[in-house]
Design a protein around this ligand. Structure first.
Ligand code: NI
Length: 390
């Protein structure tokens, strides 16, 4: 079974939804127009139940198969939010909102899940229940976490959950997945250093927080190189360093922020612990004071091994076994589908988007050729997980 024929019939219609969403991007939890569009479409398809406002602006649709002897409930998830980027594509459907753009393809993810919902509500050729999940605030807002904390999994009885992301660089018609860690934990830290301000020509009268912060930045790099097993993965990046306003003044304070990415909880714990020790002791070494604030944002996106084998078999059904990489290397980007995977077993898969600009780039645009492939993956997943043997 390659592409589902009935879905191929909807290709133009789904493309039109995708471009409409693309032209009207929204940030984080403020996805009101997109959520309203999703709700309207789900109503039009005649799904059995629609609940809005889960995880603030998330939308959930329930579609019952024409049999329900299995008692199985499968969750499929798409994300709806865009990014604060100025789009520079020439397309007619380019963003109409200045400074906001669908640069990660969530417009495509939402449209593909809507396409699958339309097909599944029309055919209902499965024995069980599908829950289609449209989440806000994937890009740093933790919308997935909020939906889980709102009790979504229990409320709809979701037993397993699946997600999909487009992948620039992976050819159209290919999938990539791996069991275990697929994407990194993504944490944020902030360090406030208090020294003693002074005239820049008389540094001995002060304690220079720029020198203190620089020593910390250097020392942090000894964590990947000297504390973590060289065969494990970790990134520590200090990405902002703010201090001072004048060339001839040693500032009183300095502030640094950055991110830590890991693929294992124990590496994550070690990084947090060692960074805290470095901040405390480096500050003390220079006679400064420092406050270290480490915020755990997204956990590791960890695929359930058994569900990964299942998801890969579905991808193989759609595009052929030789076009599914089941051992793709993990990436150090974060993904808040990880919260759903912490709550229920499931798998996240990459779908090839072809040779396009990378995600989060101002020239990126979701590739509409991917639509029938992604929709067929969802449809086949449902019909295979809950076969209608009646
Ligand atoms: Ni994304």
């Amino acid at each position: 079974m390659p592409i589902v024929n009935r879905i191929a019939d909807f290709h133009d219609e789904i493309t039109a939804w995708r471009r409409d969403i693309h032209a009207h991007p929204e940030l984080l939890f403020d996805v009101h127009r997109t959520a309203a569009l999703v709700e309207e479409k789900l109503k039009e398809f005649g799904v059995d139940e629609i609940v809005t406002g889960i995880g603030r602006t998330g939308v959930v649709g329930v579609i019952k198969g024409n049999r329900n002897t299995s008692g199985k409930v499968v969750g499929l998830r798409a994300d709806m939010d865009a990014l604060p980027i100025d789009e520079i594509t020439p397309h007619e459907h380019a963003s109409k909102t200045e400074g906001v753009m669908h640069a990660c393809g969530h417009d495509g993810h939402t449209a593909m899940l809507l396409g699958a919902a339309k097909y599944l509500a029309e055919t209902r050729n499965f024995d069980g229940t599908v829950v289609v999940i449209f989440q806000p605030a994937e890009e740093g807002g933790g919308g997935g976490r909020e939906m889980v904390e709102d009790g979504m999994m229990d409320r709809f009885g979701i037993q397993e959950v699946y997600g999909m992301h487009n992948a620039p660089g992976l050819p159209v018609g290919q999938f990539a997945i791996r069991p275990g860690p697929l994407m990194a934990s993504a944490d944020m830290f902030e360090i406030e250093i208090e020294g003693i301000g002074a005239h820049a020509a008389r540094p001995h009268n002060g304690i220079d927080p720029v020198v203190v912060g620089s020593a910390m930045v250097q020392a942090f790099q000894s964590i990947p190189s000297r504390n973590v097993d060289p065969l494990e993965s970790i990134v520590i990046s200090v990405t902002t360093f703010n201090a001072g306003k004048a060339f001839n003044v040693i500032p009183q304070t300095a502030t640094m922020t950055g991110t830590v990415r890991t693929l294992k909880p124990e590496v994550r714990d070690l990084a947090e612990k060692r960074m805290g020790e470095i901040v405390e002791h480096v500050a003390a070494t220079f006679g400064a004071k420092a406050v270290f604030d480490y915020q755990r944002h997204y956990p590791v996106t960890a695929n359930d091994p058994e569900k990964t084998v299942f998801a890969a078999s579905i991808a193989s059904n759609v595009v052929g076994e030789d076009r599914v990489n089941t051992d793709t290397p993990p990436v150090m980007g974060g993904e808040d589908f990880s919260f759903m995977l912490e709550a229920r077993p499931g798998a996240f898969i990459f779908v090839g988007q072809g040779d396009t600009a990378q995600v989060h780039h101002p020239e990126y645009d979701f590739n509409d050729e991917v639509i029938p492939i992604g929709c067929s993956y969802w449809a086949n997943l449902v019909e295979t997980a809950m076969p209608n043997n009646g």
